[in-house]
Design a protein around this ligand. Structure first.
Ligand code: HEM
Length: 396
């Protein structure tokens, strides 16, 4: 057993991992995990160093520890590409995420949010995971992809199936569901190329940079990534963030006062803290391409390096002595919940928009948020998941 041994155990992530992260930052900021064979990077500054240098720390050999030793002839997702391929990919998909296109989604997102928030009964425990955080991002991503509403429960199962540790479903079932998802989205991509509509699939299908376009396979795989990346993460930003309020007396009330006093920055600042606090993506990996020194440790080539975003976001040297406190007024807040550098999350604008609308609708109706029962967390080394979180909302 070494200090990093628990990082190899999925159950560790369903408990409270933060005490170990603090020890790693203090005692062994770049530490070897022998069980799975990677280096764990726990300090904010080192996570930034790794993220911004894809020539030394590449994504092409996997971004999850389950991929250690993998070799890909063609990258399974855009996240598995490095410059110059990544730059090409990113240039082709970026237009689909431009802020004006995302802002046009606002009315639709609000209608979805209002319908869910109106159903919350004050004074009784409500599971914010099943009643808000699961349906909302799924409905938004279904709207974004232009798929019919009745499909979204299937989307939920598909995306659960591909997140390591999200479910205890048998491997064959997970593989079958993931195959179904790929087939569905490849067909949707081919359909929109033939008959474009007003949705992001058509937009991405038509996108062209210097005469270059995404191939059908690239487009299909990107849609798979959108479906998964776009909902598992946003879901946990919402449920984890609301838990932050419920567990920290006074924060909801203080945010409400700032918001009602028409502070335009109050909500954007609070959303950044929900992101920092929750850090929905626990960690992503890179592999060294050459010898390099990191945090005082000499690494050889071909070494998997795991960036613990969840630890970096509690780094006292950046967030101060109260880094372990949920503070919805924290500003500045240079968290790395969306990653950093060339792969910085392409959906950040959308996630922040969904978060803002959710907060607006909740703050208008409810004056308090309190815990309403035990919280169940996911045993996943990738997604900081909340399976159920009963909260009680008090009338304004
Ligand atoms: C709270 C919500 C979200 C969080 C915490 C999050 C987190 C992240 C992180 C950490 C990365 C960096 C990957 C890396 O460096 O290897 C990333 C990339 C990405 N995210 Fe998100 N994400 C969120 C929401 C979304 C949404 C809503 C979408 C799409 C609709 C999305 C799509 C993507 C894509 C496509 C990439 C890959 C970008 C690239 O490789 O250049 N994400 N995200």
């Amino acid at each position: 057993m070494s200090l990093t041994s628990p990082l190899a155990d999925p159950e560790f992530y369903a408990g409270d991992p933060f005490a170990l992260y603090a020890r790693l930052r203090a005692e062994a900021p770049v530490a070897r995990n022998d069980e799975l064979g990677f280096w764990a990077v726990s300090r904010h500054a080192d996570v930034i160093t790794v993220s911004r240098d894809p020539e030394t720390f590449c994504s092409g050999r996997g971004i999850l520890t389950m991929e250690i030793g993998a070799h890909y002839d063609t990258p399974p997702t855009m996240m598995h590409t490095d410059p110059p391929d990544h730059t090409r990919y990113r240039n082709l998909v970026q237009p689909g995420f431009r802020p004006s296109f995302m802002r046009a989604l606002e009315d639709g997102i609000r209608a979805r949010t209002v319908a869910l928030v109106d159903a919350i009964e004050p004074g009784v425990p409500v599971d914010v995971v099943s009643d808000l955080a699961v349906p909302l991002p799924l409905q938004v991503i279904s709207d974004l992809l232009g798929v019919p509403e009745e499909e979204w429960p299937r989307f939920f199962r598909w995306s659960e199936a591909v997140i390591p540790g999200a479910t205890d479903w048998p491997e064959e079932e997970r593989m079958a569901l993931s195959g179904e998802m790929v087939t569905y989205l490849l067909a949707a991509a081919a359909d929109r190329r033939a008959k474009p509509r007003d949705d992001i699939i058509s937009e991405l299908g038509a996108a062209e940079v210097d005469g270059d376009r995404l191939t059908d396979a690239e487009l299909g795989m990107f849609l798979v990534q959108l479906l998964v990346a776009g909902n598992e993460t946003t879901r946990n930003m919402m449920s984890g963030g609301l838990l932050g309020f419920a567990d920290t007396p006074g924060e909801w009330e203080a945010l409400r006062s700032r918001h009602l006093a028409a502070s335009t920055r109050a909500l954007p600042i609070a959303i950044e803290e929900m992101l920092r606090w929750t850090t929905p993506v626990v960690a992503f990996m890179r592999t060294t391409t050459r010898p390099v020194e990191l945090g005082g440790v000499s690494l050889g080539p071909d070494e998997p390096v795991l960036m613990l975003y969840a630890s970096a976001n509690r780094d006292e040297s950046v967030f101060g002595p109260d880094a372990e406190r949920f503070d919805a007024g924290r500003d500045p807040n240079p968290h790395v919940a969306f990653g950093f550098g060339p792969h910085f999350c392409i959906g950040a604008v959308l996630a922040r928009l969904e978060g803002r609308i959710l907060l607006e609708e909740l703050l208008t109706r409810f004056g308090s948020i309190e815990s309403g029962g035990p919280v169940v967390r996911t045993a996943s080394p990738v997604i900081a998941g909340v399976k159920s979180a009963p909260l009680v909302f008090g009338v304004a």
